[in-house]
Design a protein around this ligand. Structure first.
Ligand SMILES: *Cc1c(COP(=O)(O)O)cnc(C)c1O
Length: 450
């Protein structure tokens, strides 16, 4: 038998034990840069922001009659549970166990302190980011894809139709559909279908079918608005099919609130009270709503939406009822919009090229609870590259918008000497967007007018 006593160290004296414990605690606090939560700390309910709005949401209107839309109008498109969630005023909504079991493949996601970026900026601010890029499809979109696939499968639906721009939503829903044996048809904006094959290949690998959109105009480069029209038409023609949307709608933003709920717990573990500002890019508003909504009741926390200057919905759009798609098939929603026929220039942040915005986000901006800022893409890539060179991760160009704003907040804190706490959403990685970095690195980036 081996004598294990030889490797055992002498017991420390009580005083030395206490000293080492304190030293260890100090070391841990000073040097920790990453906070994880155990799997059983994944939130068990979603946070509904609707009851916290200053002005209650206006209802969506029927595209034909312009009367408020009821559950029956939406039934051909969505599962009844998702429609209930869309209209719910309940403060919390339970997450089904079957959904939690799949979310646990990558959740809870880490909260990371960007100390190397802070150092490079010379800022007294503490910058934290929530890393949603570790999901199977590489972005936050999987958080809603899974419950949407689940509720549809549970109600006997066999097939989903959807649209995708650059492909992030299509990949997330393809992964989720595979979990519940649903067929999936993805209408992909034709320009991306041709230029960005990797997400198409990922969708097909998880079992989804992809076609370029618009289907009836083979020479048209397409847009998110026209791909939505294609996907809605597909679903309306078939009993066994429902439609799924990856952003904008209330139930989508609801599903994303796991991000902010986890971040709140992790900030407490990091010894922070509340952040001074919460930042995220905004296309249709889902990753922003996901991280920001749980902080809406904390009135001292600033909330900041970041958008591209070439598609400046919140900063330059008008607040009115508008369609979600080009063909006018969707209900009219009260939101900031650039007009349903607005075709944004083809910047690299495909996920931010949408004419409208979430009604919930629009309402918070209109009431002054949330701020918005727009950046040209050159400034965004500059920030994304600075982040990559300090923190190591290469962000999706959409994600770079939030990083730009976080860096600018940190630089402002340097001027005033304020020990500001900044939280931003690292909503997706950029490994399938490297051609955009190639354009930036070689001076081929289109610079838009603002
Ligand atoms: C889709 C997407 C966005 C934009 O959509 P939101 O609904 O506004 O979050 C932003 N970032 C990434 C990485 C995306 O995939």
């Amino acid at each position: 038998m081996r004598d294990t006593t030889r490797v055992r160290q002498a017991a420390p004296s009580p005083a030395a034990g206490l000293r080492s414990l304190i030293a260890h605690a100090l070391f841990t606090l000073r040097d920790m840069t990453r906070w994880t939560l155990p799997p059983d700390k994944i939130p068990s309910a979603w946070f509904n922001v609707a009851p916290h709005l200053t002005t209650p949401l206006q209802p969506p209107l029927h595209p034909g009659t312009r009367e408020p839309v009821g559950p029956d109008d939406l039934a051909p498109l969505f599962s009844s549970t998702l429609i209930e969630q869309e209209m719910s005023a309940a403060p919390w909504i339970d997450i089904p166990g079957e959904v939690l079991d799949i979310l646990k493949l990558w959740r809870p996601t880490p909260l990371v302190r960007a100390t190397r970026l802070e150092k490079e900026l010379g800022t007294p601010a503490r910058i934290y980011f929530k890393d949603e890029s570790i999901s199977p499809s590489g972005s936050h979109k999987t958080n809603t894809a899974v419950p949407q696939a689940f509720y549809n499968a549970k109600e006997g639906i066999k097939r989903l139709s959807t649209e995708t721009g650059a492909g992030q939503w299509g990949t997330a829903l393809s992964f989720a559909s595979a979990q519940f044996d649903l067929e999936l048809k993805v209408y992909m904006v034709r320009a991306s279908y041709g230029q960005k094959p990797y997400r198409r290949i990922a969708i097909e690998t998880w079992g989804g079918e992809v076609v370029p959109s618009p289907v009836d105009e083979p020479d048209h480069p397409g847009s998110l608005g026209s791909a939505i029209s294609d996907a809605v038409r597909d679903c309306m023609g078939r009993e066994d099919t429902h439609y799924a949307l990856g952003s904008v709608l209330n139930h989508v933003l609801l599903h994303q609130t796991v991000i902010g709920l986890e971040a709140k717990e992790q900030l407490a573990l990091a010894g922070e009270k509340l952040p001074d500002v919460v930042i995220a890019p905004c296309g249709g508003g889902s990753n922003l709503g996901g991280i920001a909504f749980p902080f809406v009741p904390d009135s001292d926390v600033r909330l900041l939406a970041v958008e591209p200057l070439s598609c400046p919905t919140l900063t330059q759009g008008t607040y009115e009822y508008d369609f979600g798609d080009v063909a006018g098939l969707t209900p009219l929603m009260p939101m900031y919009t650039l007009g349903a026929d607005f075709v944004p220039p083809s910047i690299h942040s495909g996920g931010l090229r949408y004419h409208g915005d979430s009604p919930l986000i629009s309402s918070l901006v209109k009431d002054g609870r949330m701020e918005a800022i727009a950046y040209p893409q050159g400034k965004v890539f500059e920030a994304a590259v600075q982040f990559a060179r300090t923190e190591g991760k290469i962000p999706a160009p959409e994600c770079g918008h939030g990083i730009r704003a976080a860096i600018d907040e940190a630089l402002a804190a340097k001027e005033t000497g304020e020990e500001k706490v900044i939280l931003f959403n690292y909503c997706g990685h950029g490994f399938l967007d490297l051609s955009a970095y190639d354009d930036y690195n070689n001076g081929r980036l289109m610079e838009e007018q603002g």
